[in-house]
Design a protein around this ligand. Structure first.
Ligand SMILES: O=P(O)(O)OC[C@H]1O[C@H](OP(=O)(O)OP(=O)(O)O)[C@H](O)[C@@H]1O
Ligand SMILES: Nc1nc2[nH]cnc2c(=O)[nH]1
Length: 189
């Protein structure tokens, strides 16, 4: 490995060693079980189109769909507004859905609803495309009063979490740790 990569590895290892685990793997798994039950009750007979919001939504989508035992279709979209930062900026639409949403029941899956600007824009886009019903599922909803509009909620929420910068379960810290099966907050953030 290059010296640069070795340094990056050591730094990342230290961040993880110092981080607080806020939600355990067992709690995450139980949350996905509950969400899957609720999604099945609502969409099990609707042949839904499930969209993963890349990159953060990949983990949650995988965990959710493997618990859904009914016919559905999967696709993805890519919108980002945090990039390598811990504060959100303008929403950058990188990939729009490539399939028709007209008359379809759509479920948008993401890792986190924080301020909600990302999800709100995606939901509006899906409605404008003529979807018959637009639903959202997020693994975590961050508790604070900075939502894009009051009472903004996902249709299906796994867990509520305190107002700290999070990583794990799809969420990255400086590009790392999306793979971790539990949720952490770095020291000091
Ligand atoms: O509720 P908001 O404040 O809008 O934030 C939530 C969004 O932020 C993260 O994406 P990010 O922009 O970091 O892109 P990524 O998924 O590629 O990491 C996350 O995956 C959500 O899509
Ligand atoms: N990794 C990460 N991405 C986010 N996007 C919005 N909030 C967060 C957060 O707490 N962590």
């Amino acid at each position: 490995m290059t010296e640069e990569l070795t340094l990056a590895l050591k730094k990342a290892q230290q961040i993880l060693a110092d981080a607080d685990c806020l939600i355990t793997e067992e709690q995450i798994s139980a949350a996905f079980d509950r969400m899957a039950e609720d999604v099945t009750a609502e969409l099990g007979e609707r042949l839904p189109l499930i969209f993963s919001v890349m990159n953060g939504g990949l983990f949650a989508t995988s965990e959710l769909v493997k618990r859904l035992k009914f016919p559905l279709e999967m696709d993805y979209m890519h919108a980002t507004r945090y990039r390598m930062e811990t504060k959100g900026g303008e929403l950058d639409w990188r990939v729009s859905p490539q399939v028709s949403l007209k008359d379809r029941y759509v479920l948008v899956v993401d890792d986190i609803l924080d301020e909600g600007a990302t999800l709100a824009a995606i939901m509006e886009f899906c409605r404008a495309q003529g979807a018959a019903g637009v639903y959202s599922a997020v693994l975590v909803d961050k508790k604070h009063d900075r939502k894009a509009f009051p009472d903004l909620k996902a249709s299906f929420t796994g867990l509520e979490v305190e107002d700290r910068f999070l990583f794990g379960c799809g969420m990255d810290f400086q590009g790392y740790f999306r793979n971790l099966p539990a949720i952490y907050a770095p020291q000091g953030l």
